[in-house]
Write a protein that binds this ligand. Structure first.
Ligand code: NAD
Length: 279
């Protein structure tokens, strides 16, 4: 039996499991089966998005699992075409309907889209309304830079509970993570193993060999020890289990700094200051 996943308390008191399972690029027709396997392995936190097209599969797996809804933390995200208030409210209803849930644990603005003609402050106010309605336990943002967050602090009521951003050893994001932390916003690290790109790095391989672990476990453990929330994606049961076995070992002195020192500002995904894509 794997050691228990710790939880982190969000700024409104809600508890989130620090390790979850991400379903980006899991094909819709395979999602129910993949999430069923993840739940069998032990994951109790699933990260999806309307943009991924697979919310129905996530909901199906949760329903079929027989596990209490209250024991599974599910996050979804507002898609880019729905930033206007009325569209955001409707999109949230659609997300709940597709998941087959009567509440969501965490709902995020997926991207700030600073170049479109809808101000993300309007979008955030819509999420505040959704939160006030009681069908979502926490609200947050994704891909927000410090300057986007400052506008929310100045112009709206509720602080985001999380900021989900790209973080891995090639993009350590220490400034933005520190900024999140100063404002009681939990950092969630997306693409935590850079979609596999960091796993051949000789420094990471060397630490893994010394600890008798895999490179993926070493990198995921680095995130955990830095206090971020992670949800690696995998399609195979073996890798899901490998990525879940993070709580029966620790990095050694110097390993944390060594991994952070690999930072080279390298994104695998878009730059949030330039990304304005609407599907
Ligand atoms: P990831 O860093 O989790 O890497 C996933 C890929 O790495 C898999 O496809 C697999 O090929 C490989 N892999 C997984 N485990 C492995 C292992 N143990 N050994 C070797 N290779 C392994 O990348 P991701 O899926 O992009 O990110 C994780 C989650 O983050 C997503 O599923 C999604 O939920 C979220 N995400 C959010 C955003 C956003 O804009 N908010 C963007 C991207 C991803």
């Amino acid at each position: 039996m794997a050691a228990a996943v710790p939880t982190i308390t969000l700024n409104n008191g809600v508890e989130i499991p620090q390790l979850g399972f991400g379903v980006y690029q899991v094909p819709p027709e395979k999602t129910a089966e993949t999430v069923t396997t993840a739940l069998e392995v032990g994951y109790r936190h699933i990260d999806t998005a309307e943009m991924y097209g697979n919310e129905k599969g996530v909901g199906e797996a949760v329903a079929r699992s027989g596990i209490d809804r209250g024991e599974i933390f599910v996050t979804s995200k507002l898609n880019n075409g729905f930033h206007r208030r009325d569209d955001a409210l409707r999109a949230f209803d659609q997300t709940l309907a597709d998941l087959g849930f009567d509440y969501l644990d965490l709902f995020l603005i997926h991207w700030p889209l600073p170049g479109i003609d809808v101000d993300f402050v309007e979008t955030w106010k819509a999420l505040e309304e959704i939160y006030a309605g009681g069908r979502c336990k926490a609200i947050g943002v994704s891909n927000f830079q410090a300057h986007h967050l400052r506008r929310l602090f100045d112009e709206t009521e509720i602080k985001p509970a999380v900021n989900q951003i790209e973080v891995h050893p090639f993009l350590a994001q220490d400034d933005l993570r520190a900024f999140n932390g100063e404002h009681e916003i939990i950092t969630e690290a997306w693409s935590p193993i850079a979609q596999g790109k960091v796993l051949d790095d000789p420094a990471i391989v060397a630490i893994a060999e010394r600890l008798g672990r895999t490179p993926a476990q070493v990198v995921l453990r680095w995130h955990i020890e830095r206090g971020d929330v992670v949800f690696p994606k995998s399609s195979s049961r073996e890798r899901m289990a490998e990525n879940f076995a993070l709580f029966d070992f620790e990095l050694e002195t110097g390993d944390l700094a060594m991994l952070t020192g690999l930072d080279r500002g390298e994104r695998t995904g878009p730059d949030p200051d330039r990304f304005n894509y609407i599907p």
